[in-house]
Write a protein that binds this ligand. Structure first.
Ligand code: GAF
Length: 393
């Protein structure tokens, strides 16, 4: 057991007065591309971060669940009997919702003692909540002797978030957390649920994927995400398709849309989804062939579409993207090849495809620029495609 896992196991022992049975982890994710396509039956291309939610766990003899977080030192206690949406709220709802969802699907569980820790930045659009759900789901199923395919665990985690927490998300984050592989991005067709592991190693080409947290407020359990989803569903109804993805299958082009949609806002929302699906497939091709300049352009086009058509960017993230793309080339710093806001929107993180040796210079440039705009100074790190959910000890 690594020193870090040992420390978590010791804290479990100290808090619960008995040893944990094991430690499980599930990662946060960066979505390389494919934003707001997952609930439209479309394509996404996320990869898993090394940052994970970890849970030390042991089953109990009764049906009580004790869940404690090292992030805020809070403990929630509830019984699996009578567990229903609204009974547990706040951060613990993600853990409770996962257990509720498993039981709803017919998997009887014992009670648990759970100790949670996480290195996934919270509220940054990097799926800290999916990581929490999936780590708890993995621990609970293994301790209960329930064997589930990864996609089913992801579906139940999504069900927890949709119907227990009340966030109408798609399935991308949970699938990335359970099914991603190291050194790969995960191409997911959210309609068929088929997956393809796309090799994603930039290191040998001297490139890197920079993640910058704008630290602009990012809240998904609010009306805007649900409003976008409702607008997409309304667009699909107007176009008489089961999901907007069908437009891609039918070879519909953005130029075809004005004749078929009279409402201007709906047209722009639909155009984002249509073009974003095409960008995901183009990005996969660019990764396959090592066409990184093209990949950069695709990422930047995704940002423009999120800003102009889907209207989910904020001044902080727009400024970050502009700064990353326009940093004057110098001996030390080359501008990013492409950049975009990532995740549900309205703040959170921006990713950029960069020359690895420009990391320090670009980070300094965006921090400096944010200060001048009166924005919170952003933080940044290089993201390495990492493994999906797993047992650690
Ligand atoms: C959030 C949701 F949880 C995902 O399902 C997805 O829709 C994403 O926003 C936008 O692409 O992360």
């Amino acid at each position: 057991m690594s020193a870090e896992h040992l420390a978590l196991a010791e804290k479990f022992q100290a808090g619960y007065g008995r040893p944990c049975t094991g430690i499980w982890a599930a990662p946060g994710r960066v979505n390389l591309i494919g934003e707001h396509t997952d609930y439209n039956g479309g394509f996404v291309l996320p990869f898993a971060l090394p940052q994970v939610s970890q849970v030390a766990a042991a089953a109990r003899e009764d049906r009580m669940v004790h869940v404690r977080s090292l992030l805020n030192s809070e403990t929630a206690e509830f019984s699996l009997d009578g567990l229903a949406p609204g009974v547990v709220e706040g951060w613990a709802a993600y853990a409770a919702g996962m257990l509720w969802s498993l039981e709803q699907a017919g998997h009887m569980l014992p009670g648990f003692d759970l100790l949670i820790d996480s290195t996934v930045p919270i509220g940054a659009g990097l799926s800290s909540s999916a990581a929490l759900e999936c780590s708890v789901g993995l621990a609970a199923t293994e301790l209960a002797g329930v064997v589930l395919p990864a996609a089913e665990l992801a579906r139940l985690a999504q069900h927890a978030e949709n119907d227990f927490v009340g966030m109408p998300c798609g399935i991308m984050d949970q699938m990335a957390s359970v099914a991603a592989e190291a050194e790969h991005a995960l191409l997911l067709d959210t309609r068929s649920m088929s997956t393809e592991q796309v090799p994603f190693t930039l290191v040998e080409d001297g490139l890197a994927l920079l993640v910058i947290d704008s630290l602009a407020e990012h809240r998904l359990v609010d009306g805007e995400y649900a409003a976008r989803r409702a607008q997409c569903e309304a667009g699909a109804r107007m176009l008489r398709v089961a999901s907007l993805r069908e437009l891609n299958d039918d070879g519909v082009t953005p130029e075809d849309l004005p004749a078929r949609l009279s409402d201007e806002v709906t047209l722009r929302r639909v155009r984002h989804v249509l073009t974003e699906n095409a960008r995901v497939l183009a990005a996969r091709e660019a990764l396959r062939t090592g066409a990184y300049a093209q990949l950069g352009e695709i990422l930047t086009a995704s940002h423009a579409s999120q800003r102009d058509d889907f209207e989910i960017t904020v001044p902080e993230t727009d400024t970050l993207v502009e700064t990353l793309l326009s940093a004057p080339p110098s001996v030390e710093v080359q501008p990013a090849l492409g950049a975009r806001q990532v995740g549900g929107g309205f703040g959170g993180c921006v990713i950029a495809l960069i020359h690895a040796d420009s990391f320090d210079g670009l980070l300094a440039a965006v921090q400096d620029n944010a200060r001048r705009h009166g924005f919170t100074e952003p933080t940044g790190f290089l993201a390495h495609p990492s493994a999906g959910a797993r047992r650690l000890a």
